[in-house]
Design a binder for this molecule. Structure first.
Ligand code: GLY
Length: 568
């Protein structure tokens, strides 16, 4: 076990060795980060060690994977406030031991007073600062409705599942170096976008090991514990949200909150190399473009290629380009626009899409004006769960940007999302991920903005084999795609599939974004083919849980963050 830092009151350690957990209750002031676990009975991989342990403890108490997912999600809302949330939304894929697959869409929706051109000035120019920060950037939150939609499949009483989250909020927990640095970096924005100074602002600088206590959030969680969904969408919490909106010129109303519904959808299921991939349908684009990318890969026999070669990197880049071009044109909330899903994922269509692919020569997206991709932010958060009976959950949840719109609901203690920026605020104008869209993803009241989240479970013989997902905005589907190709076609270990370099192409801007550790010779070969390359520090924070031939479970948390796995 390699210790990376040991302040007197906090030990954050990264374990690269095989172990099993013995402690029953996480100590929020002294905890360890584990990058890998090998175990028999169940595991949780998430962005935070306390959240993973809260999930595994619910398994030990007799809960199933759904219980553990709910406990983990609620804990993340407290201990990972930059992305874990009750003021955001997300997507959940469940595989039940009886073979049933379920998709829960708890994506935020546009408020009833939203309109197509709400972020354009009088000259028709996009005001993306309004869709990205402050009260007007917030969509109607879906996370609490998502949790209660999932409760139907859980076993334990809700009050048990929410208890760790309430305790972490009420009694506090020690923040990591990364969290301290995020709070410090965001201080000015917290001050600018709030009507009262939130708990994340301190006079001096935050440092690793400081205790973060969130009393208002604890009270909001207690209202959810006591009144269920209504404890958020109605009553005191709802009123606090609406009052906050009024103070900051936001437009979410009581009606928007009472009318919010999570939707149970049919997951997207497709065959790949003898396994079944179960993934998220619209209103996330993630599943559709994952299916497109994996099918195009198999048509080009990617399994005959190798990881990180000019050949495989070029093929995957051209596949990603084509999938993202389709995303920009066709994909949006299926309750508002007709999306030709069956065609988009059909063999004939995808074979046609590859007809102009030339090995050794860069394609281009030059007919459309380039967008700009900002340095990637890791705002969304993903976690995987498996239990001893073979139930599994893959869930991605988000506020969109780091700390969402940076606005905390005063008196309620939670951050609101800035998910309105995931709509196409104007055709061709890039959002914060540089993604462009068209009419299919235009703003309309109560519509879900297009997402890229790709929570995915791969089944072998109808049993969970790989559970995977990641944050990272538009890089999410490409990271999930590359991780699955690494595992299934390149036969890499889960650790390598998670930690080895990733790259990303999203049609516009026409550039391959590549992690700094990517092989320099391969980059030279790609440049010679005609590709523009941009380097980035890190892409995503992928979590993988995999069931091995002997039935044992291996869980891996991404080395790029504080991600941590727990199991028993
Ligand atoms: N907010 C990131 C996504 O939904 O894709």
């Amino acid at each position: 076990m390699k210790k990376i830092m040991i302040p007197a009151f906090l030990i954050l350690a990264m374990s690269f060795v095989q172990f099993t957990f013995s402690q029953e209750k996480p100590n929020p002031y002294k905890y360890e980060i584990h990058k890998k676990v090998v175990c028999k009975n169940g595991a949780v991989a998430s962005a935070n060690a306390l959240a993973s342990e809260a999930g595994v403890n619910s398994l030990k108490q007799g809960g199933n994977a759904v219980d553990a997912a709910i406990a983990t999600q609620l804990a993340l809302a407290v201990v990972f406030p930059q992305a874990g949330n009750i003021g955001g939304g997300g997507f959940m894929i469940i595989h039940l031991k009886n073979g049933k697959n379920i998709a829960i869409d708890f994506r935020e929706v546009a408020p009833g007073e939203a309109s197509r051109d709400m972020y354009l000035d009088l000259n028709g120019n996009a005001q993306t600062h309004l869709s990205q920060d402050g009260h007007l950037a917030a969509g109607v939150p879906g996370s609490v409705a998502g949790i209660f939609a999932a409760m139907k499949y859980a076993k334990l009483p809700f009050k048990k599942l929410i208890k760790p989250a309430i305790d972490f909020a009420e009694k506090g927990f020690a923040i990591s170096a990364l969290e301290a640095s995020l709070n410090n970096q965001t201080k000015n924005q917290f001050i600018k976008f709030n009507t009262t100074v939130p708990i994340f602002v301190k006079n001096d600088l935050w440092k690793e090991g400081d205790t973060l206590i969130q009393k208002d959030l604890a009270n909001s969680l207690k209202r959810i514990r006591d009144y269920g969904e209504k404890g958020f969408y109605e009553g005191e919490t709802a009123q606090l949200i609406v009052d906050e909106m009024k103070r900051g010129k936001g437009i979410i109303t009581n009606n928007d909150l009472t009318n919010y519904k999570a939707i149970i959808r049919q997951p997207l299921v497709f065959d790949y190399e003898g396994s079944k991939v179960v993934t998220m349908p619209l209103s996330s684009s993630g599943g559709i473009i994952l299916e497109q990318m994996m099918k195009m890969s198999s048509f080009e026999n990617i399994d005959k290629m190798q990881f990180e070669t000019p050949q495989s990197a070029q093929l995957m880049t051209e596949i990603e380009r084509r999938a993202f071009a389709d995303r920009a044109k066709y994909l949006g909330d299926p309750d508002f626009v007709k999306v030709p899903v069956a065609t988009l994922v059909s063999d004939s269509y995808l074979k046609e899409r590859l007809k102009d692919y030339e090995p050794g020569k860069a394609g281009n997206s030059k007919d459309i004006k380039e967008g700009v991709i900002p340095e990637e932010s890791k705002e969304t958060t993903h976690f995987d769960v498996i239990d001893k009976d073979g139930n599994a959950v893959s869930e991605t949840t988000t506020l969109n940007g780091w700390f969402g719109c940076k606005t905390v609901v005063a008196g309620a203690g939670f951050l609101l999302n800035n998910e309105m920026d995931d709509f196409s605020v104007k055709p061709g104008v890039p959002n914060m991920f540089g993604a462009v869209g068209a009419d299919a993803n235009a703003i309309a009241p109560h519509k879900r903005m297009l997402s890229s989240m790709t929570p995915t479970i791969v089944l072998k013989n109808n049993k969970p084999w790989i559970i995977v997902g990641t944050p990272g905005g538009t890089t999410i589907p490409t990271s999930v795609y590359q991780t699955l190709v690494d595992l299934i076609d390149f036969h890499m270990s889960p650790e390598d599939a998670v930690d080895k370099p990733k790259f990303h192409h999203q049609w516009l801007p026409d550039v391959i974004i590549v992690e700094q550790s990517f092989d320099k010779n391969v980059l030279e070969a790609l440049k010679k083919m005609g590709y523009a390359i941009t380097m980035t520090k890190g892409i995503g924070r992928t979590e993988v849980i995999m069931v091995r031939h002997d039935g044992s479970i291996i869980g891996v948390g991404d080395k790029r963050g504080d991600d941590s796995v727990a199991g028993y």
